[in-house]
Design a binder for this molecule. Structure first.
Ligand SMILES: Nc1ncnc2c1ncn2[C@@H]1O[C@H](COP(=O)(O)OP(=O)(O)OP(=O)(O)O)[C@@H](O)[C@H]1O
Length: 562
């Protein structure tokens, strides 16, 4: 299902309102046509000196049509806007529902500004889907259809002439302008989104941009984007105006044509000349209704793109799978190759490794060698491209991601912190006593549970954030520990103290630690050395040192630089 179809599905939840507004839109439009036609007839008859009492019915009809037009227009506006706002509510609920189901990796990849733009601008712009894209052509076709039937009763030639005008106004001009638009520039929705993403980036990076004296360059880039956006809006408005003017000309040409056909036919005795004014005004009024079509191509395109952008999130992530019934014991990577979406270069090549139950594994290697990526694949934050990962002998594809998270104690390099208190950020409903104990184990005993935490943990140091993340895992009761450089910002004494507690708690559990630190590796059952996305060495500390391979060389370099 494409985006627009998905939006229409949400709109159809308000089917009753949609049908009522189309009905009243039609009544209002046809009443206007009737009003002006009857007025034209009245003028002709009055000019011919017909006594006023003979025109009472026509005068009453004109008045009635006037009231009908105003009343129907009011009902149509009320109901069509109610349908639109209800549709927006359904779209918002659906969007946030979908957002919650996205995998963290996919959510991470959406730039925050872009996401904001989808949630606000794209949803807002979809208010035009019914009011400016679906509703006008339907109502216009109905009005034209009724008018042409009425006209055909008096003159087939005039009806054919109106059909030509209808095709011009409803099909040819909108198609021409839609084509012109698609040939010239990208949609304003995309430009608005780029602008919001840039503004969000500038806001978040304000401090760094100022320190690195790069603010001016970013402001210039922002101003350029803003200019592009304003120019795109201006261009689309100009196109809309030109379309409107051409549409008006079509209306006038049609009215003159009707006059010419009517005059010719009445000279030939096939048409009553007293009806000429009526058909002139009928034509002018019916074509006046086509003015919303001038904005149709722009709205159609922008709404289609907004709907597509919003509903790309509807493409499901990999299907759920089974729940893990037992804690993870065996972990096996078999010739795993992985490339991040959108990247050309593979990050992991042919990685094979095995982790035994209850063992302690260290993954070491140069920065960028793919250590974190191994953990991300293991946590199903990213999906394996070729090769396989087996947990307890079962393919990771068939296991639900949250059932892996359930049995894991995870500290990643950048954990998220929230505005609130230390207690809130421990993400646990354990007793205060347990929370304080976790803080103590993480060497954060100088903090109280009620100490404030700012947005994104801005009032915490790098090391405090790491310790808070460790305190979170001390509060969990999982048997697989996945720690990605959990103490890299801590001084050596504090790091050793905290890690001591980790090893103590993980005594009988399986632990994988990603680290740059080459000290203490002899405590591990297995060391995996990675380089450029490959596993270059695996073994325990003594065997790797005896082998005098990568680890040995790294130790030599470390010794030489100390
Ligand atoms: N989300 C991402 N999108 C694209 N490329 C990525 C992404 N995350 C990491 N990479 C790239 O993948 C490679 C491996 O990254 P990874 O974080 O796994 O390395 P690492 O060994 O953990 O590095 P470090 O020790 O510096 O944390 C790097 O070249 C990095 O640029």
């Amino acid at each position: 299902m494409n985006g627009l179809q998905a939006v229409i599905t949400q709109l159809m939840k308000e089917k009753r309102d949609v049908l009522i507004s189309i009905l009243f839109g039609f009544i209002a439009g046809i009443a206007a046509v009737g009003l002006f036609s009857a007025s034209g007839y009245l003028i002709s008859q009055a000019a011919l000196g017909v006594p006023i009492y003979a025109l009472t019915i026509v005068i009453a009809t004109v008045k009635l049509l006037g009231f009908t037009r105003a009343g129907s227009r009011y009902v149509e506006r009320l109901i069509s806007h109610r349908a639109t706002f209800s549709m927006l509510k359904h779209i918002r609920v659906h969007f946030f529902d979908r957002l919650q189901q996205l995998s963290p990796a996919r959510l991470q990849r959406l730039k925050s500004g872009d996401l904001l733009s989808r949630a606000v601008n794209d949803v807002e712009s979809l208010q035009n889907v019914f009011l400016r894209v679906i509703y006008p052509p339907i109502v216009l076709v109905l009005i034209f259809f009724a008018t042409i039937l009425f006209t055909a009763y008096f003159s087939v030639w005039m009806a054919i002439w109106l059909i030509i005008g209808l095709s011009l106004s409803l099909v040819i001009l909108p198609a021409l302008f839609a084509w012109l638009q698609s040939a010239t520039d990208e949609s304003t929705a995309e430009q608005a989104s780029a602008l919001t993403a840039e503004a969000t980036d500038m806001l978040y990076g304000y401090q760094d941009l100022t320190i690195h004296q790069n603010m001016q360059a970013r402001q210039d880039a922002f101003a350029d984007l803003n200019d592009d956006y304003e120019n795109a809006i201006a261009r689309s408005r100009v196109r809309e105006l030109v379309h409107q003017v051409l549409d008006g000309w079509v209306g006038f040409a049609m009215a003159w044509g009707v006059l010419a056909i009517g005059s010719y036919l009445s000279a030939a005795g096939q048409f009553d000349a007293v009806l000429l004014a009526m058909f002139m005004l009928l034509t002018l009024t019916v074509f006046e209704n086509t003015s919303p079509m001038a904005a149709f191509p722009q709205y159609f395109r922008d709404n289609k793109q907004a709907a597509d952008r919003l509903y790309t999130l509807d493409q499901p992530d990999e299907a759920g799978g089974n729940t893990l019934q037992t804690p993870i014991t065996h972990i096996d990577f078999d010739h795993v190759t992985f490339t991040y979406p959108g990247e050309e270069r593979a990050t992991l090549h042919n990685v094979s490794l095995s982790v035994e139950p209850g063992s302690k594994t260290a993954i070491i290697g140069a920065s960028g060698s793919g250590k974190t990526t191994v953990l991300q694949l293991l946590l199903k934050l990213e999906h394996v491209e070729s090769g396989s990962i087996q947990l307890n002998g079962e393919s990771i594809h068939t296991i639900q991601a949250d059932s892996i998270w359930d049995v894991s104690n995870v500290v990643m390099q950048e954990d998220a912190f929230f505005q609130g208190t230390i207690r809130d950020n421990l993400l646990s409903d354990a007793s205060d006593e347990s929370l304080n104990e976790a803080l103590r184990l993480a060497a954060l005993d100088s903090f109280t549970l009620d100490d404030p935490v700012y947005e994104k943990g801005d009032n915490l140091s790098g090391g405090e954030k790491q310790r808070l993340a460790l305190a979170r895992v001390f509060l969990r009761d999982a048997s697989l520990w996945l720690l990605d450089e959990p103490t890299s910002s801590l001084d050596r004494v504090t790091a050793e103290r905290v890690l001591h507690h980790v090893y103590d708690r993980a005594q009988n559990d399986t632990l994988i630690l990603v680290s740059h630190d080459l000290t203490g590796l002899d405590q591990f059952d297995q060391i995996i050395v990675m380089d450029h996305g490959e596993v270059v060495e695996t073994g325990d500390y003594d065997s790797l040192m005896d082998k005098q391979g990568y680890l040995y060389q790294l130790k030599q370099i470390e010794a030489a630089t100390l």
